[in-house]
Design a protein around this ligand. Structure first.
Ligand SMILES: Cc1ncc(COP(=O)(O)O)c(C=O)c1O
Length: 336
């Protein structure tokens, strides 16, 4: 089965980086890892262009989302999300017993955009925590401009604003420069995408030192395992392969989008990520099932009415892309 439904990288971390650090005789796995993964955190700070005290390390972006909600819960009444977006935000909010307020994205032609007026209204109603995924999963685009993000950060009363930059490397833009000016901003990152390390489970929050302290008090003391700290630190001392992964992914994204646009009734949406959302001419659930029969997993959204005819496809290798396009062509032919 070809897995194009989880936005993983099809590429592996270069073996020479791993073999340098994964020597059984050097691994003291009988010991607890250092609390707070200081080495990993320091190296990621340098990569992100912030100070180490502005970084908290987690078991993947998912844990970063959950811990951010838990850490801020005492000062928050509701969590504002902009569906269709990453479902973990609402799940984390519901688990924490917080009200979830949905401000659906608006559709402008083919593109999804934040309903800025409604967002500002909802964000400033009660003490709120807003999640903005930039670029957004699953729509693939930047749904909120930097100007509107600035308005969101300064609306009164001030909301907490979490910007999830899981895919920022593929988009080439970050809002890290806003951190110093806005202590209510938290940026989430992951090593699961451009770093090709979904299996390692490493993610980060970038925020003011005060917020990082709250996050550190909330997370479990030894949340980052010794192997994750070791491998994460090794790739961060030699991250040049990430650039290569980004170049190949962006080329693949173009190939996939062009191939999709050439299929009858299929419209790919512009993407800044390692996946492409596309409109298909039949109910998405049917297309997804037919693709599975063809041996290709893609993602559909049975709970999102706005995406009843959309599927999301991860950018794989050139071979994966061609195989996926062929499979989709066959699925559409059968239903034509
Ligand atoms: C927007 C977004 N944030 C966070 C994550 C979680 O990433 P991980 O937990 O693998 O770091 C994902 C995973 O697909 C995602 O799409």
């Amino acid at each position: 089965m070809l897995s194009l439904h989880l936005n993983e990288s099809p590429y592996r971390v270069p073996a020479h980086i791993l073999s340098r650090v994964l020597r059984p005789e050097d691994l003291a796995l009988n010991r607890y890892p250092p609390r707070g993964a200081p080495r990993l955190r320091g190296l990621y700070a340098a990569y992100a262009g912030v100070r180490p005290e502005q970084v908290a390390a987690f078991n993947g972006g998912d844990e970063a989302i959950n811990m951010t909600v838990l850490a801020l819960r005492p000062s928050v009444r509701r969590v504002v999300v902009m569906p269709p977006t990453f479902p973990e935000y609402s799940r984390a909010a519901a688990l924490a017993g917080l009200e979830v307020v949905r401000v659906p994205l608006e559709v402008e032609g083919n593109a999804f955009r934040a309903d800025t007026q409604a967002l500002l209204r909802e964000a400033s109603r009660d003490p709120s925590l807003v999640f903005a995924c930039l670029p957004n999963n699953p729509t693939g685009n930047r749904v909120l401009s930097e100007e509107d993000l600035g308005r969101l950060l300064t609306v009164r009363p001030r909301p907490w604003v979490v910007v999830d930059e899981a895919y920022w490397e593929f988009a080439g833009g970050t809002v890290v420069h806003l951190l110093e000016r806005h202590p209510n901003l938290i940026i989430l990152r992951t090593m699961s995408k451009a770093f090709c390390l979904a299996g390692l489970r490493v993610g980060f929050a970038l925020a003011s030192p005060e917020v990082v302290e709250r996050l550190d008090e909330t997370r479990q003391p030894f949340n980052i395992g010794a192997l994750a700290e070791l491998v994460g630190s090794a790739v961060l001392t030699d991250p040049s392969y990430v650039k290569d992964v980004v170049v190949r992914t962006v080329e693949g994204r173009r190939r996939l989008s062009e191939g999709l646009a050439a299929l009858p009734g299929v419209t790919p949406l512009p993407s800044l990520t390692n996946f492409v959302l596309c409109r298909v001419p039949h109910p998405a659930a049917e297309v997804e099932a037919a693709m599975r029969d063809e041996g290709v997993r893609v993602r559909h959204y049975p709970r999102e009415p706005a995406l009843a005819r959309h599927i999301r496809i991860t950018v794989g290798t050139v071979r994966d892309i061609d195989r996926c396009l062929e499979a989709l062509r066959r699925c559409l032919d059968v239903r034509a």
